[in-house]
Design a protein around this ligand. Sequence first.
Ligand code: ATP
Ligand code: MG
Length: 403
Amino acid sequence: MKYNRILVRYGEISTKGRNRKKFTSKLRENIIEALKDFPTISVSASRDRLHILLGDENAEAVIPRLEKIFGIQSFSPVVKVERNLEEICEAGLSLVQKSFQEGKTFKVSARRADKHFPYDTNELNYEVGSFILKNVEGLTVDVKNPDIKLNVEVRKEGVYLSSEIYPGSTGMPVGTSGKAMLMLSGGIDSPVAGYLTMKRGVEVEAVHFHSPPFTSERAKQKVIDLSKKLSAFSGKVNLHIVPFTKIQQTIHDQVPENYTMTSTRRMMLLIADAIRQKHEGLALVTGESLGQVASQTLESMLAINDVTNTPVLRPLIAMDKLEIIDIAQKIDTHDISILPYEDCCTIFTPPAPKTRPKKEKVQYYESFVDFESLIKEAVEETEIITIDGATSSQLDESFDDLL
Ligand code: ATP
Ligand code: MG
């Protein structure tokens, strides 16, 4: 017996009133995008549900992809059979057998959307239930708290059976809340910040500052790999790699040592903001968490944030490191983030950066340099790499096969 469709229940979106249609059609689009390398699959959305018709594909291949799509409350693989009691009983039996272990309890829960079907719900529960009981040794019925709940839904066009419910990622479909630029380092925090931003429906593009030869190709590859992990949640990530060497060296030569870190962060924010404007984003995102390091005091944020009025989203601001690591492990970015390759900031970090910088001072130090044209040049020379979620997760899968 093979599942022929997956029933998807909407999350938060079903409460969003007038915007509902926009949310459901975006979710449908995102699902199609995530499954685009399965040519026989089709997706249809109704007011309160969405159906993925599996065609020739197996549910097992589709489930891990669906688990990463925001806007899904839960989903269930479903078998569709003809309106025929014998077929219903056989399909029900094989579904229960799939998840049966010694000592488990079950219950049949029938619903009749079409009242012309000759058996009513009580009769269906009884007929299907007793057939399964007869055929599975050690199975008992528990109507209040069953381990396995077999849902049987009778409709005009056929009968749908399901027994498993997978939790979805919840949140909102990516792309329903506009676009933001994520400042993505190779560290643990910023990928988590990107993930949480995507979860609120925001499309994320990544901006990374790269300082060759002080930072290596491997450091750049690390950020590409992190973007691949993030793209599994959003379908696609554009990664902007900014050549940052010239600016970092200029800061190093022109700004007093204890202010280099503050100035570096200001330049990063300015460049990310220019890239945001060029690509029509609405906000910037960082992985900052209050008090974690010198640049993440409130005084420091005030001096750094001084360069722009654009909203800077900081989803991790109140989180502890352990909470952040927990999410990083869940989204599978942690092990990439802890690889030891050098970051452009660590290399130029002075031994004693100011934890309470004054913005007037940093403005004064910067006033001796023509940063504007350096910034313009960096933006113009930024390389854009597009990372496709569906094909990169496919790569992961085939890589797993090799192990
Ligand atoms: P992360 O774990 O994200 O690297 P962190 O704890 O190391 O963060 P910082 O080094 O102070 O903290 O960086 C703060 C934020 O600045 C990062 O979360 C990221 O958003 C941004 N950032 C730092 N370095 C870079 C970089 N090379 N390219 C792009 N963004 C960066
Ligand atoms: Mg870092």
